[in-house]
Structure formats: C-alpha cells, structure tokens
Write a protein of this length. Structure first.
Length: 731
C-alpha cells in the first residue's frame, strides 16, 4: 500500500522508461512520501505482443474479402506469428541472443510488406553486426503486426503513441470527450486490465499521470475514467510535458470529470502540495496549491496561492527507477539512422545536467515557459554522484542527458569528474553548436565516454539563423562538427524547413550546405522537420514581426501548435519528400554527385552556394592562437623518460626522449633535457586528477622563470605532437 501511484500512460518508448515518474519518485523519497510507479506502455506492449495477445488479435472478427492483401497474408501466416512471437520478444529484451542466427537466416520470421524495404536498405545494413541486423528484422516483423492491428483491430495504435490525433492541437475537448464516452477500444482492454491489478496491489490515495506527449493523452483520460468509475475515493492528477505546453489556458469543466488536479511546470512543489491536500487535509485549515488547475465553486480555477519556493536542482534527489521492469524493455532498430538507433536501442538512465536552457533565445522555441526559461545547472560532483547511484540501482552504465542544450563548461567538469573517479560510462546529450566545443574539449568528452551529440543546425542559412537568434553560423557549425567527428563522437543535426520568410532559394541552399557537411564526413546523422509555430515561442507571440498571420481559434482545451499563413505564400510541405530522400542517401555516404534538382519532382532554382563552401570553412582555423586564460590539463600519467646525448660537429647536448603509452598508440617526443625535466614536473602536478587548474598564462610565467620564449616552445613540433594526441588539453 502506497500513498501515490505514478503512471506513464501508453505509449512512449519501447527501449527505456520515460524518466518523469523516476524523477518524481526520487524527489518523493527525499520527503518520505511513499509511492509506486508503473510504465503502463511497456506492460501493455508486452501483453499485446505475446502468444495470448496475438491470439486475441487474430480472434478479432474480420472480413477477409475486404481487407488488404498484406493483411490477408499476415492472417494466413497467423500460426507462424503465434509460434515465433514470444521468442522474438525475448531476443529484443537481450535474453535470447542466439536467436539472431535464426532470424538472419531469412527463413524463420514470417514476412509481410515491411520486409519489402530490405532491398532498398541492404546497403545501409550491409556492414551491420549480426545482432543489429537481427534486431532490425525483428522490428520489421513487429511493424507488420502493427500494420495488421491498425487496419483491422484498432486504428489508433502506434508503438510510441496512441490516438495521438486526439491530442494534437485539440483546441476543443469535444472529440476526445466523445471518444471517452464511447466503448473501450481493443488496446483499452489491455490497459485497464493491467491498471486494475496495479490499483488493487498499491491501493493509492492519489494517482498521478505524467503525460509527456499528445500520444499519451487519450490513454491517460481513459485510465482516469476507469479510476473515477471504479475507485471514486481515489483522487487523480495530471502533469508533464503535454499539460505544461498545451493546457495553460484550459477552460472546459468536463476535463475535471476525469482529473481532480492539473499541475504545470516543475512538478515537485505542486505535487507535494496536492499530496498534502489529499492525504493530510485535516492538518490544513486552508488549501494551498502551486500552479494547479482544479474545480472550485463549479468553475475551472488556477490556484497559485502557496508561498513555497520551487526546490533547487541539488535538492530534488536522484531519479529512482524502482518498480519499473527494467529488464523487460525491448530494443528495436527501426530505420537506418545512427542517432535514431541510440534512441530506440538499449537502456539509458536519464539525467539532466541543467534545468532550462543557458541560451534561451531561439525564436521557434517555447522560451517563455519555465522549463526553458529558468536556467539552473547542477554541480558536476552532484551529477556524477547521481550517475554512480543509478549504476548501483539499475545496473546500467549508459546515460542520456536530456537537456535542452547541455552547457559546454558543465560538460567539461562532468567529463573530468568521470575521469577522476575512473568510471566507465557511455553517454550522449543535446548541445548547441557553439565555438566552446574546441578540438580539445571534444577529445576530453570522448575520453569520458561521450559517444554522440545532437544539435540544432535548423536552417543552414546565416540570414535565417540570425532571425532564429540561434547564436551560431554555418561556418561555426562546420568547425564544431569537425571537432566532434575527429574526436570519434557521432553528430546528429536537427534540420528545419519552412521557417517564416524562408524562400525557395534558401531551402535549396540549405540542402546544399547539408550535402556538403555529409560529403566532408563531419555530420553523420540528421532529420528534417517542417517549422511549426507554437503559442509560447517568440514567433507565436509576435507573429507580425516574422511575417506570419495566425489563424485564430477559441481555446477551451489545448493550445500549442498554431495554424498560420506565411506572407511568402510558399507551400513548404512539397519539399518534404525530396529533403528526406536526399538526406537518407547522404547519411549512407552515397549520391553526393546527383544534382539537387533530381531529388524533387518539380522545378527548383540552382544553388548559390559554392561547391567548396564547407571545405573552405574548415581551412581558416588558427592553430597558433595563444589564449592566456585557457586552463591546461595533462591527461598522461605514465611517462617514461630516457636521457641521452646528442652530438654534432664535436658539440654535444643533453636531450631526453619522453615516451607516452596511450590506449591505442605510443607517442615519443625529444626535448632538451632541462625543458623535458620541467615538462615532466608540470605534467605530474597538473593531471586531470588535480582539482586545481593551471592557466596557459601561469604556465608561460613558470616556464620563463628558467627559459626564454614560451610561445616558441609551446608551438614547437614536439609540443604540437602532444597536443594533437590529446596528451595536453587547453580548455
């Protein structure tokens, strides 16, 4: 028996839990508030994609004469699906790895229309390992079954969403309300059966639904309806990304037939106060709430009458994944996109380096909302403490930092802290492509376990990047992506088209920039999406400044995406197919020579970008700049020094050969003995394990106490060799 039941409704991810309930449970632990959490999504998926679940799917009455040829084939092969489904799920849970050989034999899994892609994608998976190829084939197998479900059983089904259309820009609650008052769907039957068991087990006083996306909304309401009808004494609350962005102007009282409370923004204090009002109402003479909607005097009321401040990030505790079935998540590989495989393959512990965004200016972003606007980083020590705690509790050493944009300075400190503690971890995060990501910083991040970064290039046009207030240029993006790539860190770029005032020429030129970035090998992954105007962004709040006219609608329920007319009158959606098809090819290193026109079935103008633009951006780097305030770190500890005498024309000099044994190579340099002794002493005093950092200027002063001209020494060939191999980092 617990006071609170925390629920993530169907569906979010298959491979790892959405972290919101784990964050909240971690906070509740610090307040000694008892809670239990469930990911209803993965539990429904596992029930559905089991022998019993598939049997129920095929038992659903259908008219074989009026279904697609693909569905007829799947139904005809139903015994093969029933025979293989449990083994495939075990394989995707990494519990049956030997099945990979059977799957890859191409004579084990029943194949329907999804397998038709294989001929087109063979080149993408040609170099793939056996396990990954088998995961991809098993994913196609599940997607075939999904297609059958959507066509014949439940049209709203999707692996990472359910009835998403009902939540997207639903200014009115009418359609969702009608659906909720209709009979239960096929998926509802699975969801509510599991929910009933959990309610009997936990017996909570308050059930809290975390709703991150529109694709979770319907199931949350359906579950809340079940609770209200069968457990009227239990209170229900809603929080998370969807209400935070969409329900800030809610007016429809019918919503509160399902939920007693809707909280906004950071959930810790609002939920703590809801808990006190529900579980300890006798102790409160007056009800205090923070950022909470409820019904009061038969009206929807926003209550924010508590003086309690939000907690600092250092006070909210470590995310707690207890209760979640971590060993039952399934790893899938849907498409041949290296970054998407990170999202969908493998289990990741989710953490945040900093609340909010340190930049907070992008004009397409919801920068008026607290989750972006209020920036508060956590110390590297606390963050790595939490990493170690999560490794102990989950057994997983993979981390996804879910920041809007991780701060480079904090990434540097986290990397050093990981190295100091000798941790072996794998991590990735979102960034801005800013100049702070030098070659040295990228190398340090790689050494600490960073394997990938994703960042917004958005529109690869300097005019539009200024209009977006992105704070970067295409030239700068090219240099940063090169630094990451050379360090061995994969780079994914978010790409945008259809930004207000964007011309057709700028779209074509943006594609050419992207083509060159991939051709140069400094970008490995990308994804195009069409610009969407939101109510909480600068564009949405001041549309006239950006040349767009919003199409106004009365808001009684959700309000985020806004329909609009662009003064250019361009139909940007027609570019979608060509942009995505070309990108798919570029990601796999092919067809760079094809004219841009060939990707589109309508006439486009020729690009105005010089064919060597990105190449030339990478040439003008200054390798010999002296920045005195740079902190210098020496990564080598095991130094072998060998003294010898160099002679020439009866003259002799004392020299030292210094050998550095690195993970994958050996670096040897020769220096005059006195300078070598000085360098070895400096290295021993300024390793990454040392909490103090020497600056380049301090290093110069120290050097020039004994020798002349530090710059000549610092930029000498031996020192350049040490810097190029990451033995010396200047950060």
């Amino acid at each position: 028996m617990k006071d609170l039941l925390l629920i993530t409704p169907p569906f979010t991810q298959l491979n790892t839990p959405y972290p919101a309930t784990a964050y909240i449970k971690g906070f509740l632990n610090t307040k000694n508030i008892s809670s239990y959490q469930i990911d209803l999504g993965i539990e429904v998926i596992l029930d559905l994609f089991s022998k019993d679940g598939i049997q129920k799917i095929f038992d659903t009455e259908i008219d074989l004469q009026n279904i697609s040829e693909n569905s007829q084939r799947i139904f005809a092969l139903r015994d093969e699906y029933l025979k293989t489904i449990d083994q495939v799920i075990l394989f995707l849970q990494n519990k049956n790895p030997t099945l990979a050989r059977q799957i890859c034999s191409m004579n084990f899994l029943p194949e329907a229309s999804r397998f038709n892609q294989l001929d087109d994608m063979e080149f993408a998976f040609g170099n793939m390992g056996l396990q990954d190829k088998a995961k991809h084939l098993a994913t196609l197998y599940l997607e075939d079954l999904s297609d059958y479900i959507v066509e014949n059983v439940d049209s709203d089904f999707g692996f990472s969403r359910y009835a998403e259309r009902l939540g997207k820009s639903a200014n009115s609650f009418d359609e969702l309300y009608l659906k909720l008052n209709d009979s239960q769907t096929f998926i509802d039957d699975f969801t509510l059966k599991i929910l009933h068991k959990k309610l009997e087990l936990v017996q909570p006083k308050l059930v809290c639904f975390s709703i991150p996306f529109p694709g979770n909304l319907y199931s949350a309401f359906r579950s809340a309806k079940f609770i209200k009808e069968n457990y009227p004494h239990i209170k229900t609350a809603m929080g998370g990304g969807f209400p935070n962005t969409e329900l800030r102007e809610i007016k429809d009282q019918r919503v509160f037939e399902f939920f007693d409370f809707i909280t906004l923004d950071d959930g810790e204090v609002p939920l703590e106060l809801v808990y006190e009002n529900v579980c300890h109402s006798e102790q409160n003479e007056e009800s205090h709430f923070k950022r909470t909607f409820l019904i009061e005097n038969q009206e929807v009321t926003y209550k924010n009458n508590s003086t309690k401040h939000d907690y600092k990030q250092s006070e909210i505790g470590t995310p707690d994944y207890t209760d979640l079935q971590l060993d039952k998540y399934i790893s899938v590989i849907e498409i041949a996109n290296p970054m998407h495989s990170l999202w969908s393959d493998g289990r990741w512990n989710k953490l945040t380096m900093a609340h909010g965004c340190y930049w907070g200016k992008c004009t397409f972003c919801d920068i008026s909302l607290d989750y972006i606007k209020i920036y508060e980083p956590i110390s590297a020590k606390i963050l790595v403490d939490r990493m170690e705690e999560l490794i102990k509790t989950t057994g997983e050493t993979g981390f996804h930092f879910v920041d809007e944009a991780a701060p480079p300075a904090l990434m540097r400190e986290v990397a050093l802290e990981i190295l100091r503690r000798n941790l072996v971890v794998t991590w990735w995060t979102n960034i801005r492509f800013e100049k702070s990501f030098t070659q040295d910083l990228c190398f340090l991040l790689k050494l600490s376990g960073c394997v990938a970064v994703s960042g917004g290039l958005e529109v690869a046009s300097d005019r539009l990047l200024k209009l977006i207030d992105k704070g970067v240029s295409v030239d700068q993006v090219a240099k940063v992506t090169k630094n990451f790539t050379e360090a061995g860190i994969m780079v994914h770029a978010y790409l945008m088209y259809g930004y207000p005032t964007q011309t057709i020429q700028e779209t074509v030129d943006s594609l050419e920039m992207v083509r060159q970035l991939f051709e140069m090998g400094i970008l490995q992954s990308g994804f195009w999406h069409q610009f969407a105007m939101t109510a909480h962004s600068p564009v949405g709040q001041n549309p006239e400044e950006f040349g767009v006219t919003p199409i106004k609608q009365e808001i009684k329920f959700a309000n985020n995406d806004i329909d609009f007319k662009d003064k250019t009158g361009i139909d940007h959606s027609k570019f979608s197919f060509g942009l995505k098809k070309s990108l798919f090819n570029f990601m796999h290193g092919i067809n760079f020579e094809i004219p841009l026109q060939d990707w589109f079935d309508f006439k486009i103008p020729k690009t105005t970008i010089h064919p060597d633009y990105i190449h030339d951006c990478l040439l003008d780097e200054d390798q010999f700049s002296f920045k005195g305030n740079s902190k210098v770190i020496f990564l080598a500890k095991n130094v072998i020094a060998e003294n010898y005498v160099k002679t020439k024309k009866q003259n002799s000099w004392a020299y030292t050969r210094i050998t550095f044994h690195l993970r994958t190579n050996i670096v040897k340099v020769e220096l005059e003995q006195e300078k070598a002794d000085w360098l070895i002493k400096i290295i021993s005093e300024n390793t990454f394990e040392s909490p103090k950092r020497i600056t380049l200027q301090q290093l110069k002063l120290n050097f020039e106490e004994k020798f002349d001209d530090f710059e000549l020494f610092w930029f000498s060939k031996p020192m350049q060799q040490l810097k190029e191999n990451g033995i010396i980092l200047s950060l």
